[in-house]
Design a protein around this ligand. Structure first.
Ligand code: GAR
Length: 207
């Protein structure tokens, strides 16, 4: 099977991006990252891409009239490189409907909670973990899912739970959840590249 061409969108440190790079380098994932795109100029993930000789592109959303126009520019960068699979690895902006339609069931997102809890608009990064602690939830985790038109609402592919400890802070909880993210995101990317994920309506099946 030929390698799946991948585009990764980031906004920050890119530790999830790194987990994919490492799994590709070790031969675990039958894919190739063609481009890493960031909406933040100083995102460390761009540096991680450069270190691995991957095209690193910063696109400033403020240069465009609205999110639709901005997303069209991202699509152009992906199309230029024949990207098949788009991975949102800590990309903290909402995709336009046009983007979602263009890559239906070909966009994967990692979210640091057990969806449908603590997700949707305004739940990202440390805020998610603080909300879990404030609510008093005993279990949280991470979810990898396909992206649809609604924030964090597309078909779930893999989830894994993490226990919340009495003395957790958002930071300590984030650290433990990230460990799980670095395991399940590459797992899903591998499954996708091996063509083992089937989507039927809201449900996914691993074949
Ligand atoms: C990760 O925890 C990811 O799940 C989260 O941002 C972090 C990015 O870390 N994404 C969201 O909250 C999306 N709603 P990273 O840049 O080190 O991969």
């Amino acid at each position: 099977m030929s390698q799946v061409k991948i585009g990764v969108l980031i906004s920050g440190s890119g530790s999830n991006l790194q987990s994919i790079i490492d799994n590709i380098n070790s031969g675990n994932i039958n894919g190739k990252i063609e481009v890493v795109i960031s909406n933040k100029q100083n995102a460390y993930g761009l540096e991680r891409a450069r270190i691995s000789n991957i095209d690193a592109v910063y696109i400033d959303s403020k240069q465009y009239n609205d999110n639709v126009e901005f997303n069209d520019v991202i699509i152009k960068e992906l199309k230029k490189r024949n990207v098949e699979l788009v991975i949102l690895a800590g990309y903290l902006k909402i995709l336009s409907n046009n983007f979602v339609k263009e890559y239906q069931n070909r966009i994967i997102n990692i979210h640091p909670s057990l969806i449908p809890s603590f997700c949707g608009m305004n739940y990202y990064g440390l805020k998610v973990h603080q909300a879990v602690i404030d609510y008093g939830a005993k279990i949280t985790g991470a979810t990898v899912h396909f992206v649809n038109e609604e924030a964090d609402a597309g078909p779930i592919i893999i989830q894994e739970a993490v226990k919340v400890k009495d003395n957790d802070t958002a930071e300590t909880l984030q650290k433990r959840v990230l460990k799980i993210e670095h395991k399940i995101l590459p797992e899903v990317v591998k499954l996708y590249c091996d063509k083992r994920i089937e989507v039927k309506g809201r449900k996914t099946y691993i074949r």
